[in-house]
Design a protein around this ligand. Structure first.
Ligand code: GRF
Length: 211
């Protein structure tokens, strides 16, 4: 991977992870060339955040096209911008296997649970319903199966008695903003990589940050 890999953040909504990543770059803590933000929704607030930060934006709206044709447009867009690292941050579309294969090892995601627990949506409510004592977030490489792939870094916290899913979500978001830039920097430095679908990681680095 290049010194400062040209990177795209893919979003669908608020973009608070995008903001945390952009801030880490601005602070000199993350050596990415944050070249592009792509959204599938024109009203995504993250697009405004990107514009304020001076990052190029593209909006690719799904027409009646099937997954493969959408993903071909997406890939074309990423290739036009010479993107080397694709960072999913709340991008609410399932990517086709061929897209995932193409970017394997250069495609990462953040998921609001301690994977492999609670893949899919509504993780915070599901954690509360199950009465779990701890909850967290995971940064992982993306493999074809939804919310699967080797975990690079997790963070966890204690679930408070009587807190709402919304309160819990807010606290988990704060953890996400800590671990996403950190995990991305490990990829840039080569401390973490994917080899034959398996994680290769500097053994001195933590797997879980507990808060
Ligand atoms: C985060 O909770 C992330 O884990 C999930 O989507 C959400 C995106 O939030 N994949 P934001 O748009 O970055 O604020």
């Amino acid at each position: 991977m290049a010194n400062k890999p040209r990177s795209a953040v893919l979003i669908s909504g608020n973009g608070s992870n995008l903001q945390a990543i952009a801030q880490a770059v601005a602070d000199g803590k993350l050596d990415l060339d944050l070249s592009l933000v792509v959204s599938n929704r024109p009203q995504a607030y993250g697009l405004q955040r990107a514009q304020h930060a001076g990052i190029a934006t593209e909006c690719i709206i799904a027409q009646a096209d099937d997954r493969d044709s959408y993903d071909r447009k997406l890939m074309q867009c990423l290739q036009t911008h010479n993107i080397e690292l694709v960072v999913l941050a709340g991008f609410m579309r399932i990517l086709s296997d061929s897209f995932v294969q193409h970017y394997m090892g250069k495609l990462v995601n953040i998921h609001p649970s301690l994977l492999p627990k609670y893949k899919g949506l509504n993780t915070h409510q599901r954690v509360l319903d199950a009465g779990d004592k701890r909850h967290g977030a995971s940064v992982h490489y993306v493999l074809p199966e939804l919310d699967a792939g080797p975990v690079i870094l997790q963070a966890s916290l204690e679930v408070n008695a009587h807190e709402s899913a919304q309160q819990l979500a807010q606290r988990i978001h704060a953890l996400e903003h800590k671990i996403y830039p950190l995990a991305l920097q490990w990829i840039v430095t080569g401390d973490v990589s994917l080899n034959d679908g398996k994680l290769v990681k500097n053994p001195q680095l933590p797997d879980l940050l507990q808060f």
